[in-house]
Each structure stands twice: as C-alpha cells, then as structure tokens.
Design a protein. Structure first.
Length: 139
C-alpha cells in the first residue's frame, strides 16, 4: 500500500532473482530465496498486502522491517521453526548478497531482537548480546 502506483506485483517461487525495477519487493523475495536455500520448506506461494508506517527512505530500517515481517510471516504460514538470530543472519544475507548493500547487521538485529523499553549491547562480530535494564523514561 505504500507504493500503490506500482500495483500488484507477482513473482514465482522458481524465479527468485533480484529485479532492479521492483525495488522493495526484492526484500521479501530475498528472504524467500535464502529460506529455501537453507532448506526450509515453502511449498506454495502467498497473497500478501504490505503496509507500513515507517517513512519510505527515511533511513529508519524500513528494509530490515520488511525482511523481518516477511520471515516471521513465512515461519508462521508454513509452520517453520526459525531461530530469531538465524533469521537476522538471513536478513543480512539478503541485504549483502541479494540486494547488494554493503551493510552490517545492527539494523536487522535491532528489528529482530529488540524489546520495548530496553537497550541492546551487541557485539556485531560474535552476535553475543545482552539487554540493558528496562528504561521507562519519557523524553
């Protein structure tokens, strides 16, 4: 719904290649590609309507958000068991290998592992993390 001018976009599970003209659709497509590559069973396609309230292009991890919601959606729809840190790693693969963005893992990690009113101390090399004490401050 955020890009209504693009209309309905379709693609096949047997053709999960990057499509420069389809910009945001590459994020869920990349998640599908890497889930299948890692051996997860996704036997059918899905009809999905996406809508988000993160401003498009605002640099607020909108790509990590759509990757995570896609991964969680596929996990629930197809009764998969995907460790959340594993899904975060798959998101990074999508960004780096599929989309071609040379990014780290922090955005994906925060979107995937964040907790309300808590900070995360993350070692981006080892992915060891801990949550800071809950904050209940109003700013």
């Amino acid at each position: 719904m955020n890009f209504e001018q693009q209309g309905v976009i379709e693609f096949n599970l047997d053709k999960l290649d990057y499509d420069e003209k389809r910009n945001w659709v590459n994020y869920p497509k990349g998640i599908l590609r890497y889930l299948l590559k890692k051996g997860y069973s996704i036997p059918t396609g899905v009809d999905v309507l996406f809508y988000g309230n993160i401003p498009n292009g605002a640099g607020l991890s909108s790509s990590a958000s759509i990757e995570l919601v896609s991964g969680v959606m596929f996990e629930k729809l197809f009764d998969l068991t995907i460790d959340r840190v594993e899904l975060v790693k798959i998101e990074k693969l999508v960004e780096n290998k599929f989309i071609g963005v040379n990014s780290g893992i922090m955005d994906q990690f925060v979107i995937g592992m964040g907790k309300k009113n808590a900070g995360i101390l993350l070692n981006c090399e080892t992915l060891k993390y801990e949550y800071a004490p809950n904050f209940n401050h109003e700013y």
